[in-house]
Design a protein around this ligand. Structure first.
Ligand code: UDP
Length: 234
């Protein structure tokens, strides 16, 4: 497969066209941002961890019946993926209170929720990805009812598979964000699943093993990414 022109450079990844129809290449960077781009930095080795970890999890999810954009890992930072039209929603599942949820509702971080919650944000950097619900998404034409229902079904399944898998690795999945795309009329999982997009706590000590170490200047950021990588057997 030949890598052609760059289509897009995002905060953590570059996307390239290829000579294969309907296939793109994503290239994971070590760049890190937080607070809607206000905080910038580098996490050495992050691109490798996120690429390989995301691919590993996408392969597991495929086996469990979740369709994804994954095609083939090309090297430690680059992966071939199916071309999709991204649904402009950040789809978040929370198992335990943390982050914006804890702050907004005045609940301590770490409280186990009675059931997993689902929330949507409208993917729009200029607006800071505002919280919306399914009625807003329908009213704005961001997705159809059928697409939202399918996304809901898939994200709960993803949560089930990932909670079980991470627990086997000594990690508690606190919350995570995923994105979906349209591919030949089908909704498939796209983007990435990594310590950038999940809150991952050590199951016993509750040590944070994710991007909160960068967001909150907790130190040992690189070590946390490497620790997750190691626990997943990668
Ligand atoms: N998240 C993400 N990208 C975003 C916002 C959130 O990947 O632009 C992830 C974040 O890592 C966490 C979950 O979504 O695992 C919930 O994030 P929250 O709403 O608590 O936002 P935060 O406190 O990170 O601003």
């Amino acid at each position: 497969m030949k890598k052609l022109d760059m289509l897009y450079e995002g905060k953590a990844k570059k996307v390239f066209k290829t000579d294969v129809e309907d296939v793109y290449i994503v290239d994971y960077k070590d760049d890190a941002t937080a607070f809607n781009g206000l905080k910038k930095g580098t996490i050495l080795g992050k691109g490798v961890v996120n690429n390989r970890m995301s691919n590993h999890l996408f392969r597991i999810l495929e086996e469990e019946g979740v369709p994804t954009h994954y095609v083939e890992e090309l090297n430690e930072r680059e992966t071939a993926v199916k071309k999709v039209e991204i649904v402009p929603l950040e789809v978040i599942i929370r198992n335990v209170s943390a982050g914006s949820f804890a702050k907004k509702l005045g609940i301590e971080e770490g409280r186990k929720l009675l059931c997993p919650t689902l929330e949507f944000s409208y993917k729009d950097d200029a607006l800071g990805d505002p919280f919306i619900n399914d009625y807003y998404a329908l009213a704005l034409g961001l997705a159809t009812r059928e697409e939202i229902d399918r996304i809901t079904e898939l994200v709960y399944k993803i949560n089930e598979v990932l909670c079980k898998y991470f627990a086997e690795c000594g990690i508690e999945l606190i919350d995570f964000k995923v994105e979906f795309g349209r591919h030949h009329g089908q909704i498939i999982l796209a983007d990435e699943i990594s310590p950038d997009t999940c809150r991952l706590w050590d199951i016993n000590t509750h040590d944070k093993l994710d991007k909160d170490r960068f967001r909150r200047d907790l130190g040992n950021v690189e070590d946390a990414y490497q620790e997750v990588f190691k626990r997943l057997g990668l």
